[in-house]
Ligand binder design. Structure first.
Ligand SMILES: CC(=O)N[C@H]1[C@@H](OP(=O)(O)OP(=O)(O)OC[C@H]2O[C@@H](n3ccc(=O)[nH]c3=O)[C@H](O)[C@@H]2O)O[C@H](CO)[C@@H](O)[C@@H]1O
Length: 374
């Protein structure tokens, strides 16, 4: 972790975050960094009953404590006062876990489960660190920010675009080392073999984020024949919460559909070009890897995904297309020529890498240690 020596020793931390992959993967990457620096540390995570954390956190080998769900209204208003009982139960449960494991700090990554964790930590006057990757900040983290000034963000644009994040620390996004330490060209042959893809044709990697994206799935599947006849292979992640879709089975080149990738790095290693939403962690990963990408921001969440993609596109690292404009015709006109143009892909990838960063886990750890040291 840089040249400075770490003076603080951490023995026990509570990490809170849940819902979709966007809140859980940074938590896991940060947990891995904690374990690297403090092999004996006790790491306890808090999750809610229905979130993806119930699959992802135990699979990564971390202790998950599920506490009763407490859903905040989308905006912080008087509705909060109508649910004091559930809020009390969740906060009490979070506090019991904090006490049992003797946590020294609570680090929250957003998602409803972070709120009771922040409240319980505040009552105990413990250090709280909030990690936020979106503009506007998520509702749970906005609540957390009422209890702490120790707020870390993933991207430079957040500091400029959200008043409440103006004084936050830019640390980047903790990313899994399987992704940040990957040598893409070296892993490529194995990845292609794994998916049954050919080494001589370009690969378009399609992923709508952790839950999947219906519009993207249907548009690309409808363009399957045109892509195949142009010699473009497709590796298509359906997404954890999306319906299956039909792809013709008589295509001349591979079109591989997978429900979900636990080894996302294999997908990145196989890909020449990515077609994806603009979720914050996805953008952090594509740019960290120097992956040329076409971003199709999710249109219904305060423009947050568009804000993530714009700086990458302005740097020359990708293209942006509106959800409503992503049609098979658009794909034929724009993606086919790009996927076949190795020089343009290389230039885009290089520009994306210039925007990306790989040390978010280490930078967040430094920030957390400062919080505990005070
Ligand atoms: C619709 C919506 O509100 N989406 C939000 C959600 O997106 P979402 O939960 O989709 O999160 P992101 O797109 O930011 O990240 C997806 C993560 O899932 C991983 N992955 C994905 C597919 C797969 O098969 N395997 C896999 O491991 C990716 O590598 C990445 O680490 O959280 C993000 C971070 O708060 C927000 O910026 C997004 O706006």
């Amino acid at each position: 972790m840089g040249e400075e020596k770490v003076m603080v020793q951490l023995r026990s931390v509570v990490l809170a975050g849940g819902g979709t992959g966007g809140h859980i993967y940074p938590l896991l990457a940060f947990a891995d960094a904690l374990r690297r620096h403090f092999p004996q540390i006790r790491i306890t995570t808090l999750g809610s009953p229905k979130g993806m954390e119930n699959q992802l956190i135990p699979a990564a080998g971390y202790d998950l404590r599920v506490i009763p769900a407490f859903q905040l209204p989308r905006s912080l208003n008087l509705d909060l006062l109508r649910t004091p009982d559930r809020m009390y139960k969740s906060t009490h449960a979070a506090g019991e876990v904090i006490d049992e494991v003797g946590a020294e700090v609570v680090v929250g990554f957003g998602g409803y489960v972070s709120v009771p964790a922040y409240l319980a930590a505040w009552r105990r006057e413990m250090p709280i660190v909030v990690h936020e990757v979106n503009v506007p900040p998520g509702v749970a983290n906005r609540m957390g920010m009422k209890f702490t000034k120790r707020v870390a963000v993933g991207f430079p644009h957040q500091l400029e675009q959200a008043e409440s994040l103006r004084n936050a620390r830019l640390v980047g996004v903790p990313l899994r080392t399987g992704i940040t330490q990957m040598d893409r060209p070296a892993l490529r042959p194995q990845a292609l073999y794994h998916f049954g893809l050919r080494p001589d044709l370009p690969v378009l990697f399609v992923s709508g984020g952790s839950s999947g994206a219906r519009t993207i799935n249907l548009a690309v599947a409808a363009a399957a024949k045109r892509l195949a006849h142009a010699g473009i292979q497709v590796l298509h992640v359906q997404g954890g919460r999306n319906d299956p879709f039909e792809v013709p089975n008589d295509l001349p080149v591979p079109y591989v559909v997978v429900p979900y990738l636990s080894d996302m790095q294999l997908g990145y290693a196989a890909a020449d070009l990515m077609l994806c939403r603009g979720g914050a962690i996805t953008v952090a990963e594509t740019t960290a890897l120097g992956m040329p990408a076409i971003y199709v921001p999710y249109p219904f969440s305060n423009q947050e995904q568009r804000r993530n993609a714009i700086p990458v596109v302005e740097a020359g690292g990708g293209m942006l297309v509106d959800n409503s404009e992503l049609t098979p015709e658009w794909i034929e006109r724009n993606i086919i020529p790009l996927a076949r143009d190795r020089q343009r892909l290389a230039t885009m990838g290089h520009a994306a890498a210039g925007y990306g960063r790989r040390d978010g886990d280490e930078q967040l750890l430094r920030f957390v240690l400062e919080a505990v040291d005070r």
